[in-house]
Design a protein around this ligand. Structure first.
Ligand SMILES: Cc1ncc(C[n+]2csc(CCOP(=O)(O)OP(=O)(O)O)c2C)c(N)n1
Length: 537
């Protein structure tokens, strides 16, 4: 029970959030959110001051995607909400459970265009397409019900962000009861006929392949067992990295972007796709060639009826479904295990041989990094070529250890995602990989990492501008425009933000600095220059 009697609605809301287990909120206060902040400093909830609400939203996203807990951002009406829209889009795209809590102008102003401070015409409508629920509390008494709906939607069905707005007048209302957090029941049903049909297909398969996405995270144990029993190679989406050990003999990693791996996929006679959208951004082809029988497992019924129609569709959460699938007799492999392992190894070496010069340099850095990081370290990637290569070259070994939000693919997510991840679990090593261009979208959040004394190494891959788009322009014979802007002196920038910064000289220097960065009480920027001789394979 939250002891809320006699409190303002704002303070009571935060007490109720604490009852739901929230321990951290990321935000920037304003006059409209003062009642949310009343008592917060003395509560069990830690308020982390971002430097832009975009940063706050990405921190909440990183907190949630790294840990599976609910991420919360607390922002003001109008610009606070619109600044948070980009991370909301990212959380929507990757099914990350984030609660955006905001104030709103006074109730009597809504829809009238009076020019109230921070007014936008319809705040609820602005976030509606990017949330499972975008709702306004019209009185304090509605808040417990709205929070219950939010937590219910995080736990049942496909997790999507939720936005709850509380107008400033409602925030100031006095609460006359104690509020309770509702215990959320999680539905765990599965259709046995569908399980039987899937088992039949899999047990007859001569050449099965398993594809996994972020939705399969909690079923990693069962998926590893199934791959082992069937000798089935596993292809993951970028969100599914680490569900199987990327450098294990049957893993094809997130290689669907590579023709070498797609070719193999097209020879499978049965494909089991678990918790994956089979999205364009995991292959960058218009349509995958999947002539084999497709079995799809998804919590979202719309995914069972999309551009990849399945022979067997199973609606349900991946863990429940995969547990049921594995409950019967052990599957037998139709192919000698050694043959499949050799085929996988061959695809990997073909990919290696076909890397571009830049990709080979990324592979060197990613290889060194693997030796420096514990298996449970969290790698928060921004959108850059180093991370694109990492999708299929970096060996993630556990689920929730690699983040490359390829779907929304918005620059600037890496650093604030890393901050959120580190605060979600301070014992865990967290590292950020960013391009020089992407880093400049949210550099202000560096000072937050310094304030919070976070020992995060931040690798900036300096390739002299927006290289992916430079390459795209060059390939289409477009004279470059808008892609060669200057970089700041990153080391000086780091120092001005109370962080450390170095330009990496060689492999040994990199190893020493990364190891040292994990022992500090502040972040370290490590500038790695593409083309430096130590990156040659
Ligand atoms: C918010 C946003 N704006 C623009 C883009 C388009 N875009 C995709 S990759 C890219 C270049 C990023 O440059 P950098 O971070 O330096 O990485 P690099 O491509 O050089 O590896 C751009 C501008 C985007 N993805 N997100």
């Amino acid at each position: 029970m939250a002891d809320t009697r006699g409190l303002t609605c704002g303070e009571a809301t935060m007490r109720l959030l604490a009852e739901y287990g929230v321990d951290t909120v990321f935000g920037i206060p304003g006059v409209h959110t003062l009642e949310f902040c009343r008592g917060l400093a003395d509560s069990s909830i830690r308020h982390v001051q971002a430097r832009n609400e975009q940063g706050a939203g990405f921190m909440a996203d990183g907190y949630a995607r790294s840990s599976g807990k609910i991420g919360v951002a607390l922002v003001i009406s109008g610009p606070g909400v619109t600044n948070a829209l980009t991370p909301l889009g990212q959380s929507w795209a990757d099914s990350i459970p984030v609660l955006l809590l905001s104030s709103e102008t006074a109730s009597h102003t809504h829809g009238l265009g009076l020019g109230a401070l921070h007014e936008i015409p319809d705040q609820i409508a602005v976030t509606e397409p990017l949330t499972a629920l975008s709702a306004r509390a019209t009185s304090a008494g509605e808040v417990p019900g709205l929070l219950e709906r939010a937590f219910e939607s995080f736990s049942n069905g496909r997790p999507r962000p939720v936005h709850i707005s509380i107008p400033i007048d409602v925030l100031g209302e006095t609460v006359h009861q104690d509020w309770f957090a509702t215990k959320i029941d999680v539905a765990k049903t599965v259709n046995n006929d569908e399980i039987t049909a899937a088992r039949t297909l899999l047990s007859r398969a001569k050449r099965p392949v398993i594809m996994v996405g972020g939705g399969a995270t909690d079923a990693f144990d069962e998926i590893r067992q199934l791959s082992d029993q069937l000798s089935a190679p596993v292809l993951c989406s970028t969100a599914g990295k680490g569900i199987v050990v990327d450098d294990a003999a049957l893993s094809l990693n997130a290689s669907t972007v590579r023709a070498e791996a797609r070719e193999y996929l097209s020879t499978a006679d049965v494909v089991l796709a678990v918790g994956t959208e089979l999205a364009e951004t995991d292959s960058f082809v218009d349509e995958l060639d999947l002539p084999g029988a497709l079995i799809r497992v998804d919590i979202d019924s719309r995914k069972l009826d999309d551009q990849y129609p399945a022979e067997v569709s199973i609606l349900g959460d991946a863990h429940t479904v995969m547990t049921a699938l594995m409950a019967g007799e052990r599957f037998e492999s139709a192919q000698p295990r050694g043959d499949v392992e050799r085929q996988v190894a061959q695809i990997r070496s073909q990919i290696r041989e076909n890397l571009t010069e830049s990709e080979s340099q990324h592979a060197v850095l990613l290889g060194v990094l693997r030796t420096l990081l514990p298996d449970d370290a969290y790698v928060a990637g921004d959108i850059c070529q180093l991370v694109y290569t990492g999708a299929f070259e970096f060996a993630a070994r556990q689920p929730r250890t690699w983040s490359y939000p390829a779907g929304y693919c918005t620059l600037g997510c890496g650093l604030p995602n890393a901050i959120g991840a580190k605060l979600a679990d301070p014992r865990r090593s967290v590292i950020c990989l960013s391009g020089d261009g992407g880093f400049m979208f949210t550099p202000g959040e560096l000072i937050v990492a310094a304030e919070e004394q976070l020992p995060i190494p931040i690798v900036i891959w300096d390739n002299g501008g927006l290289k992916q788009i430079q390459d795209d322009m060059d390939a289409r014979n477009i004279r470059r425009v808008g892609v060669e802007g200057r970089n700041p002196d990153f080391v000086a920038l780091a120092k001005s933000m109370h962080c450390d910064g170095v330009v990496v000289q060689d492999r040994e220097h990199f190893a020493v600095e990364v190891a040292a960065a994990f022992r500090k009480d502040r972040p370290t920027l490590l500038v790695v220059r593409e083309g430096d001789s130590w990156l040659e394979a």
